[in-house]
Design a binder for this molecule. Structure first.
Ligand SMILES: C[C@@H](O)[C@H](N)C(=O)O
Ligand SMILES: C[C@@H](O)[C@H](N)C(=O)O
Lengths: 163, 163
């Protein structure tokens, strides 16, 4: 039942994109991501929550190489949807722990967060799956973050892999 | 390079938990999830974004069976952190498409969102990985959602699996 963390992955070719205050109604996610897809933009993480309001923020990550085009597309979409600002941060990096059986081991994500907290690194975005916990952090911290995770999960540096 | 969607997974034993207005500073994610882990609470999705504010909302999903204890823990944590309300919605269900190679195929998530949009189903939470796109929707829509995804991705009903 134990989660086995087998590696730490990181990616610095990452930009965090937020379209603020998109309408929280059917069809909006489809609108945004079909328009990005049609332009050939690869989207990595899509992270969205909501509350009992009529709007929410849509956050996703793309390659830094696509930032200029993503901004164009996102601003056009935001205008059509009557959404708010488009915020793009190309100084973030993605760090992940990769393994198996995370759901049955509640402490694993907490341990990753502990490692980052001990380094005083702020976690900007979190997204999880059964085999991966991914965080966006400031790129300047990526080396320390990766080292801290290797120590926390007792992994050899050689197991680190490109995300 | 094509994303192959091999199945649709759904789970109705799901509760969506939001701790609103948690401080956006190092150590907060660790605080929340270590306290849940120590109580033996299995957390499935963790979904968090942020903006240039000092606070953000922490959203995660747990089993409905744990709702009473999760509320207790989350409210205690919220108090200690000086956070806002704890919102729990136990009328949500999780629906996912499962496959491979999603990052290299930008249209896959968009197609899932299209299927849900065509059914007029609102997407409350989105979380992605390379092999899975998961959404939280109202439980009342779960059957239609699963059927729509099977049709959209041309899967036999028999391939549907418990999340
Ligand atoms: C915000 C977005 O996800 C919207 N709720 C939709 O269903 O498309
Ligand atoms: C909100 C929470 O993720 C916080 N930013 C942390 O680093 O713990």
């Amino acid at each position: 039942k134990d989660m086995l963390v087998v590696g730490v992955a990181h990616d610095t070719n990452v930009a965090k994109v937020a379209i603020l205050s998109v309408p929280d109604r059917p069809g909006v996610a489809y609108n945004i991501f079909s328009r990005l897809a049609v332009e050939g933009i690869n989207v990595d993480m899509i992270v969205q929550t909501n509350k009992e309001l009529n709007v929410t923020d849509m956050v996703f990550s793309t390659s830094r190489d696509d930032v200029v085009r993503v901004r164009e597309i996102a601003e056009a979409v935001a205008q059509d949807l009557g959404a708010g600002d488009v915020l793009i941060d190309d100084t973030v990096a993605k760090i992940s722990i990769v393994g198996a059986g995370m759901v049955s081991n509640p402490g694993v994500a907490a341990r990753m967060f502990e490692a980052l907290a001990e380094e005083d690194i702020n976690i900007q975005v979190i997204s999880t799956s059964e085999i991966k916990v991914s965080c966006l952090i400031a790129e300047e911290h990526i080396k320390r973050a990766a080292q801290a995770l290797h120590r926390k999960f007792q992994l050899d540096a050689v197991k680190s892999m490109e995300a």
